[in-house]
Every structure is written in structure tokens, then in C-alpha cells.
Design a protein around this ligand. Structure first.
Ligand code: ZN
Length: 245
């Protein structure tokens, strides 16, 4: 399998990105991407006071409809590009905010940002248990889950296995994010990335693009995935993406 062009972390004007969803999609089509994800911010922590977020049912519905309409246009054009309905949840948000506004069945991809401690894993587990109940009632499975720009230094002192077991259990992928290149530094090779194959950890690529100029910043993450011998882990993620079609 050749690796299709993917960028699973993009912000639009629905949060702190500079471009409209339509503009991003047009640009991604020209750049011959096969999968992109629009992943605007969701938060009620300090972050919500600083940037625009997806903060109401109306805004979220409007956002998701915009992405669906883009996919319909792409299908009509026989484009190879698929746009995933994503969202990036700040784990500093309150559980109440997350559970009142996020219906997991409406997304193709949910990115989790700021997983900073083993305690935060407990917080995520509670959210995922709640979502599991919602999804079961609708006879649906989990959307794809990803760990956005995760800093390995938070966990490399004896807690890596706790994290990797958790990622494996829920099939949460590790994102190679070109905006945070220090988080995939070769200094973490032995303590972190070399353990990915034992746990079958999925890996993905996201540029954290806030403008169309940054859409194509995916080459360094791909090189690093190859350097760590994680190409098959990426291919396994791509198989899941293809099922979304
Ligand atoms: Zn982001």
C-alpha cells in the first residue's frame, strides 16, 4: 500500500484558523490530499477566553453541516479527497461542558489535547465510558480517536506503559504534529517510540494548520514515522480512514 497524503489536524475560522472550510478543502484538493480532518477547538478552560471555540449546539451543527456539504461537492466532482468531521477537545475542559455538547456519533475523528498526567487518563476514561453508552444506544462504534501534540516527557519516567496500554485499549493514535516537532525528537526513541510496536500503537499525521499555507507541512512527520519504523502503524490508521468513506 502506498501511503496517501493525509493531514488530520486543521483549524478553520470556526476556532483560531484563518481560512474558511471551503478554502481549506479547495486548497487540499489542489495539493492532492486524500484525507484531511477539520479539527476546530472545543474548550471551556482558560483557552476559551483566548480563542474562538465550538461552544454551542447551533455552532457545532453548522460546522458539521459545512463539512458534509464539502464532501458532497467532492463526491460530485469524483475527487479522491475525503474531509473528516473532527474536533479537538481540550482536556482541561469540564466534564459537564464536554458531555453536554459533544455527541461522539456525529464525528469521524476526535482529537484529545493536553493529556498531561496519569490522572488525566482517568478523566478521559470517564468521558469514553459515557460516550460508549451513547454510541451503543445508536448501534454505532467509536469515531477515530487521536492524541494531539502529546509531550512524551510527561510520561517517560516509569509511566509510559500506563499510557500505551490506554492508547491500545481504545485504539487512540499518536499524532506526529509538525507544529510540535520537539515531541517526536529522537531523544524519545528508546524510552517511547521503540515501544509502540509492542503495543500496536496507531500513528497519524497532523500539521496543526491554522492557514492553508501550512496544509502541506506533513513531510517531516512522515520521515520521522519511517525513522522509527512505524510505517505499518500508520498504514493501520489509514485502513481505518478508508472505512470512513
Ligand atoms: Zn490544534
Amino acid at each position: 500500500m502506498t501511503i496517501p497524503k493525509i493531514n488530520l489536524h486543521i483549524h478553520s475560522i470556526y476556532s483560531d484558523g484563518r481560512n474558511k472550510i471551503e478554502t481549506i478543502v479547495k486548497s487540499a484538493h489542489k495539493l492532492k490530499f486524500e484525507f484531511i480532518a477539520i479539527t476546530d477547538h472545543f474548550s471551556d478552560s482558560w483557552k476559551a477566553g483566548v480563542i474562538k471555540t465550538l461552544d454551542s449546539h447551533q455552532k457545532i451543527n453548522n460546522y458539521l453541516e459545512k463539512i458534509s456539504a464539502q464532501n458532497e461537492e467532492l463526491r460530485a466532482k469524483n475527487s479522491n479527497l475525503k474531509v473528516l468531521k473532527g474536533i479537538e477537545i481540550d482536556l482541561g475542559s469540564s466534564r459537564r461542558h464536554i458531555e453536554s455538547l459533544i455527541d461522539p456519533s456525529k464525528y469521524d475523528l476526535i482529537l484529545l489535547e493536553y493529556l498531561h498526567s496519569p490522572e488525566a487518563i482517568g478523566f478521559v476514561r470517564n468521558i469514553l465510558n459515557n460516550w460508549e453508552g451513547i454510541l451503543q444506544k445508536q448501534d454505532k462504534s467509536f469515531p477515530l480517536l487521536g492524541l494531539a501534540h502529546f509531550d512524551p516527557s510527561q510520561f517517560i519516567f516509569g509511566k509510559v506503559e500506563i499510557l500505551l496500554e490506554f492508547l491500545q485499549q481504545y485504539n487512540i493514535y499518536f499524532e506526529f504534529n509538525s507544529a510540535y516537532a520537539s515531541y517526536y525528537s529522537i531523544k524519545y526513541k528508546e524510552s517511547f517510540f521503540d515501544k509502540f510496536n509492542n503495543f500496536n500503537i496507531l500513528v497519524g499525521i497532523g500539521a496543526d494548520a491554522h492557514s492553508v499555507n501550512e496544509l502541506d507541512l506533513i513531510h517531516e512527520p512522515l520521515d520521522m514515522i519511517k525513522y522509527y519504523n512505524l510505517e505499518n502503524n500508520l498504514k493501520n490508521l489509514i485502513k481505518l480512514l478508508k472505512n470512513i468513506r
